[in-house]
Design a protein around this ligand. Structure first.
Ligand code: TTP
Ligand code: MG
Length: 674
């Protein structure tokens, strides 16, 4: 990061664009320290593509936003005694029982920040090393030591040898080959990754049966009990667990040991590959660890939040304290509480597997080379409907609202929704018909992605699985964890308050910052690669993602590959749903007008299919709100669901339900999925 910041003699705007074009995986382990030249090669190779233009636009928007924020900050500073504000924040950090809550609108929880620091639990974050690449090595040992990557079109991962050349996840293959022309690129073999993922997760579960699988190759464990029972130190236990994984699978894993999930995740990257790092379990050690840590290393602080924080001088977690007055004055924009908590190294230590009942939506989408012919678009829609049928039936879900999503060849995303007063049919013909109805008024279009998503879900397995006493069955953790896809997206709705962990810890900066993070998801769409400047077309694949709940914020790996990978289902014997009744349009139909009718329109009361709020607004505003909800809904798609064919090119995602406040509410994230 810092290296690219020093790129002379670029203007700030050019510099930020260079960094943006470099993609989200610039902090990956094993990469060359100086990425300046690499960033230039990437920018040069991307020039002229629609992707480049889109990134340029987004960079400009963000720059404007930053200018606005700085103006607001300067306004807020006027006539304010900064020393007094700093003193107040100090009291907040050091004397939690001080009475400044009301002045800064701080919650009771905030005031207890330091007092609530819990060092009693041993939390471990495990993350397989170069997972797809190392699985490939199992089957082809001759690759050992070679510079290779996995995933045609866009790379899913790269061997550590390749990373030295700047090659990494999410990088277009043709750009990677500019960095190292002899790069060997292997096709993805998702079935195999899934198989190995299951194996390693099963080993982790021996140490914590309640572990949370955060993605295909990573998870959180609480080993406190195991260590006590087996009279082991945390380091011994993790060493043993890593050895077991290597012995039984011939794959290596790195681990971080710390008092909470955020710290454990940061620590697991410290000694990658094939290493472990334990943080001392005392407040001083934790604070010292955070002091010089780049804010970008904090799970959930991505490129956009990084830029926003940098704009007010915050590059390290230690800088949070230095700039506490500005943060306090700009609390709404930056989230003082969350950032102070981060500065102190305080976060959730609650480890629990994903619960099925948190799902919010199920969807499928497909990315392709831009098309405008009506018949071709319908064909894609039909395919998506068929995929959705499969997943809804296999996973036992129906719902009441269907949202069509499409992305223009300019990368602009639109959504159109329709609600029903009965549970919709999961039959592909019916899903297709609804999608078509939503799509028709929009035509003609030139699009590169089409998707359908069903929300307001009903769990068709719920009744069957209910036990006396009303205990809902947990979603099979293997199923929720082993999908060979990564899709994660942090999301916060500003008006819903901060995103909270299961045990009530704030886990993100305020929502509007994520608007841009959300936009970054566009880079997940790989079609810009189909016609690399001067290169031959590269085919794209699409993806399927299902969520994992807990650890979402803690699992903020870059999203850029998610759409490229197919998925496999690990759920055991999915039950077939009973056929729901045929849908009938609801009077709260959310169907938006065709674009010809935009902007404006009659103000009416409408219910958002995503957040369920009733809103008085015209259709344009309403659609903008749905877009906002869909793109920012507090959900992550981190897991890929199953497809019987591992090379399938479809994409399906299931989202957890919207974030709620208060302890023991699940942390929610979503991936784009749209
Ligand atoms: P990561 O754990 O992020 O990466 P990694 O295991 O390859 O390397 P590291 O040693 O740094 O942990 O992701 C696990 C797998 O998920 C990765 O091997 C491929 C896949 N993946 C994608 O498909 N797209 C992505 O953008 C990323 C980051 C990973
Ligand atoms: Mg990994």
């Amino acid at each position: 990061m810092a290296d690219s910041l020093n790129v002379p003699p670029q203007s700030q705007a050019t510099d930020s664009l260079l960094r943006r074009l470099a993609g989200p995986s610039t902090t990956k382990a094993g990469l060359a320290t100086d990425q300046t030249d690499i960033n230039r090669v990437i920018a040069e190779a991307s020039k002229g593509s629609k992707f480049y233009e889109n990134e340029k636009r987004k960079d400009k928007d963000l720059t404007k936003k930053i200018e606005r924020i700085l103006k607001q900050r300067d306004e807020a500073r006027k006539g304010v005694d900064i020393a007094h504000v700093e003193h107040s924040v100090d009291q907040l950090v050091r004397s939690p029982r001080s009475c400044i809550e009301s002045r800064y609108n701080l919650s009771h929880q905030l005031a207890k920040m330091e007092a609530q620091r819990d060092l009693s639990q041993i939390i471990v974050h495990v993350d397989m090393d170069a997972f797809y690449a190392n699985v490939e090595l199992l089957d082809n040992p001759r690759l050992k030591g070679t510079i290779f990557a996995v995933g045609h079109g866009v790379l899913t991962t790269a061997s550590y040898e390749a990373r030295k050349f700047g090659i990494r996840s999410g990088m277009p293959e043709y750009i990677a080959k500019k960095l190292y022309p002899d790069l060997v690129v292997l096709p993805c073999n998702f079935g195999r990754y899934s198989e190995m993922s299951k194996k390693v997760m099963d080993i982790f579960r021996r140490y914590d049966p309640n572990m949370c699988a955060a993605s295909v190759d990573e998870g959180y464990l609480n080993i406190t009990h195991y260590c006590e029972e087996h009279v082991l130190t945390a380091e011994e236990c993790v060493q043993q667990m890593r050895q077991t994984v290597e012995m039984e699978t011939r794959l290596t894993v790195s681990a971080g040991i710390a008092p909470n999930k955020m710290l454990a995740k940061i620590c697991s990257d410290r000694n990658k590959p094939n290493g472990q790092f334990k943080l001392d379990f005392n407040p001083q050690a934790v604070k010292a660890f955070m002091q010089d840590l780049s804010i970008r290393k904090v799970p959930g602080i991505g490129r956009v939040n990084e830029r926003l924080l940098e704009s007010i001088g915050i590059r390290t977690c230690g800088d949070i304290y230095t700039h506490r007055a500005a943060l306090s004055l700009m609390d709404k924009q930056f989230g003082l509480h969350y950032l102070l908590q981060t500065y102190l190294g305080i976060a959730s230590n609650h480890v629990e597997p994903y619960h099925r009942d948190e799902r919010k939506s199920i969807g499928a989408e497909r990315t392709f080379s831009a098309i405008s012919e009506k018949e071709k678009i319908f064909k894609k829609l039909e395919e998506v409907a068929a995929e959705l049928e499969d997943d809804m039936e296999n996973r036992g879900w129906t719902g009441k609202t269907v949202t069509l999503k499409y992305k223009l060849d300019t990368y602009k995303v639109y959504t159109r929704a329709k609600s029903f007063d009965r549970w919709i049919s999961t039959k592909k013909e019916d899903l297709f018909a609804i999608g078509k109805e939503l799509l028709l008024p929009e035509l003609p279009l030139r699009i590169r992605l089409i998707g359908l998503r069903v929300t307001k879900l009903k769990d068709l397995r719920e009744d069957a699985d209910s036990k006396p006493g009303g205990i809902k069955r947990f979603f099979e953790s293997t199923s929720a964890s082993s999908s060979p896809r990564k899709k994660r997206k942090v999301d916060v709705h500003q008006d819903e308050g901060p995103r909270l962990s299961q045990d009530g810890y704030e886990e993100a900066m305020p929502g509007f910052h994520d608007e841009d993070e959300e936009e970054l998801e566009d880079e997940d769409d790989i079609d810009y690669l189909e016609h690399p400047p001067g290169g031959k077309p590269i085919s794209s694949a699409s993806t399927f993602a299902t969520p994992v709940a807990s650890g979402s914020k803690m699992s903020s790996k870059p999203t850029s590959m998610s759409r490229l990978t197919a998925k496999r289902d690990f759920s055991t014997g999915p039950s077939r749903s009973t056929s729901p009744e045929k849908p009938s349009p609801s009077k709260h139909c959310t169907k938006p007008p065709s674009r010809a009718a935009e902007p404006g329109g009659e103000v009416q009361s409408q219910i958002c299919p995503i957040c369920s709020r009733t809103m008085e607004m015209d259709n344009t505003a309403f659609n903008a709100h749905i877009d906002f909800c869909l793109s920012k809904g507090a959900i992550m798609e981190a897991q890929v669901e199953a497809s019987s064919s591992s090379n399938s090119r479809r994409s399906t995602s299931v989202r957890p339900s919207p974030r709620k406040h208060g302890p023991s509410k699940k942390l929610l994230r979503r991936g784009r999925g749209r």
